[in-house]
Design a protein around this ligand. Structure first.
Ligand code: ADP
Length: 591
């Protein structure tokens, strides 16, 4: 039932091309039937030889039958080629349309979702899961049509010649399936789930292990020091061994039975002969079945894998749905445009999906238009969450966020995107020229405009050292930029966007002080005349902020200017003291 609905859904992505899939099913069946004919002609050759023996000169149809066998074999292959052509035309279109649907949907989803799911996982679903549907529709589905047609035709033929032999050659198949049936059923589904879990555990621990390789190498440890990883490998091994042993009797019986049709036929032939010489018609029928029965094993094995193929495509579809079923944040019906650039968080509470505690509790932050505020505090305090909520990566759980007096939920997405710009800590650039990277913010910007913002964002030294200036493509032929350089280009991009409200996530570490100073200057230029909310990691950069909010465990612990907070002797004062100690330590170390 589920499989059918998967197929129906896939066909929905095919549009007019779905008829090509249906055609491929038909052609595949035709090809399977044609593939049986060479065996019939082969049998005719043998029959003629036996009938005219020992006067072989009388066997005049051998060549013609031989050619007919070749003809049907070639025809079957040609029809199969047509099958694959039509199935591929449709399958590629479907996979392409699924990818388009996923990409269109992802563009609608809030950025918070992208962060939570992880870009690696999203990429895998967009690429691999849609490719799995392609394999299924282009190859497995037509093969299934053949796998069903072949046994049906064979059963008809088996009974056409001699029903007694026909029955006997089916007997091992029936017994084989009975043996397999014991293995399948609900316990099999349960085992499959356990197997997938054991595999997933092992994979997760393997990732942890690879992350820990530097530690392992530095301290001369072995895989045994990663007890959890070793544990998951052992339990996977135990499970797989136990599972194999459990399946062994059924699988063994099935393989032996399905391949032993000859034995059954010989016994029947001996019984029919009744101790005397074998009659010619019986011998001929016997030979026919001996030629034909090996096909049964092949066809049956294909039928067996049908359910596995179904499971693979069902898994791919459920992964695709893990993206498609996520609802975008509701868009306001009558969107309002903020008239001012102040930002207010009023008693905001927020918890991440799957989180056990609130990431923010009752947070109130007011930022006047054109003002610069800083968010500081220990890691995990909620700084990034505040910044994400203002850009509406998610919706708040309680309280409200307003820009220019308008709730962010009532501001149309495009307007909000034009109003708030977020400079991430690790701003990524695309593999495109610097010009194109900056222009992303405003596609119709002129070259002069781009050059101006690059200059303002302190990027002159970067442009000068690149072979083709702003037309150099980043990421190719050894053109790589350092983190600080990338961030300056990202700042230029945000300048071009010219949004009145900025969220700056300061990078935690820079390779060299020169870069740091340039980024700092670029930030300053960018901040002029704008409302700025800055996530600060180095306290010197925020000394002049209008107000500093100290966040700890999801709450605003204290707020005020640098001087009042230092004088207050609270958490900030302590952080400031620690910071100065670390700076003097660094300076001392550098001497
Ligand atoms: P900061 O930026 O101050 O380091 P964050 O805003 O990143 O802090 O995190 C605040 C809290 O929310 C932390 O307890 C963190 O573990 C939790 N958190 C952050 N991101 C997620 C997420 N995607 N899912 C669940 N919890 C999260």
């Amino acid at each position: 039932m589920k499989k059918n609905s998967n197929l129906r859904e896939l066909m929905g992505y095919a549009g007019g091309h779905r008829y090509l899939t249906y055609l491929s099913l038909l052609l595949s069946a035709v090809s399977a039937v044609l593939a049986l004919f060479p065996f019939v002609f082969l049998f005719r050759i043998i029959r003629e030889v036996i009938e005219v023996a020992p006067n072989y000169a009388q066997a005049t149809h051998i060549v013609r039958n031989g050619w007919m066998a070749v003809l049907f074999a070639v025809l079957s292959i040609l029809v199969y080629v047509c099958t694959l052509m039509s199935s591929h035309l449709s399958a590629f279109r479907i996979a392409g349309n699924i990818r388009k649907a996923l990409m269109a949907h992802i563009a609608e989803l809030p950025l918070g979702f992208i962060g939570e799911m992880g870009s690696g996982k999203i990429r895998r679903i967009v690429n691999d899961s849609s490719a799995a549907t392609e394999t299924y529709l282009a190859h497995q589905l037509p093969d299934m049509s053949a796998a069903v047609t072949t046994p049906v035709c064979m059963i008809v033929m088996l009974f056409l010649f001699d029903w007694r032999f026909g029955l006997v050659s089916l007997l091992p198949v029936i017994l084989g399936f009975a043996a397999m049936f014991k293995m399948a059923g609900p316990s099999m589904a349960e085992d499959m789930k356990l197997y997938q879990n054991a595999l997933a555990d092992m994979n997760n621990e393997a990732v942890e292990y690879v992350r820990g390789v530097p530690v392992v190498k530095t301290f001369g440890q072995t895989v045994h020091s990663f007890k959890r990883f070793k544990g998951t490998i052992d339990s996977y091994y135990d499970f797989v061994m136990a599972y194999c042993k459990k399946c062994r009797p059924s699988m063994l019986s099935y393989t032996v039975l399905v391949n032993s049709a000859f034995a059954f036929l010989i016994v029947l032939a001996l019984i029919l002969a009744g101790g005397g010489p074998v009659a010619q018609p019986v011998l001929l029928n016997f030979i026919f079945y001996v030629i034909f029965t090996p096909l049964i094993a092949t066809a049956m094995t294909k039928v067996m894998f049908m359910s596995e193929n179904g499971m693979i495509v069902a898994d791919a579809m459920s992964r695709i749905h893990s993206i498609l079923d996520v609802e975008p944040l509701p868009e306001p019906r009558n969107g309002k445009v903020p008239m001012d650039n102040d930002v207010v968080l009023e008693n905001v509470t927020f918890r991440y999906t799957g989180g056990t505690t609130d990431a923010l509790r009752d947070v109130t932050i007011r930022v006047g238009a054109g003002e610069t505020v800083a968010l500081v505090g220990p890691s995990g305090g909620g700084k990034t969450t505040v910044a994400g909520l203002i850009s509406r990566f998610w919706d708040v759980g309680g309280g409200a966020i307003q820009i220019g007096g308008i709730n962010v939920k009532d501001i149309p997405k495009e307007t909000l995107m034009d109003t708030v710009a977020y400079v991430f800590q690790d701003s990524r650039l695309l593999k495109a020229s610097i010009l194109e990277n900056v222009r992303l913010a405003k596609p119709n910007a002129s070259r002069q405009e781009v050059e101006r913002v690059l200059h303002e964002a302190q990027c002159d030294d970067i442009i000068q050292k690149l072979p083709q200036g702003i037309d150099t493509v980043i990421g190719t032929k050894g053109v790589y930029l350092s983190g600080g350089e990338q961030q300056r280009i990202a700042i230029a991009r945000v300048m071009l966007k010219n949004a009145p409200i900025l969220i700056l996530d300061e990078a935690t570490a820079f390779a060299d002080p020169e870069n740091e100073a340039l980024v700092q200057r670029a930030f300053e230029r960018l901040s002029q005349g704008r409302t700025v909310i800055m996530i600060a990691h180095r306290l010197t950069t925020i000394k002049n902020a209008g107000c500093i909010f100290v966040l700890r465990e999801g709450r605003v612990e204290e707020s005020g200017t640098h001087d009042t907070l230092v004088a207050g002797g609270g958490l900030y004062a302590k952080m400031w003291q620690d910071y100065q100690t670390s700076v003097s330590w660094k300076v001392g170390a550098a001497k």
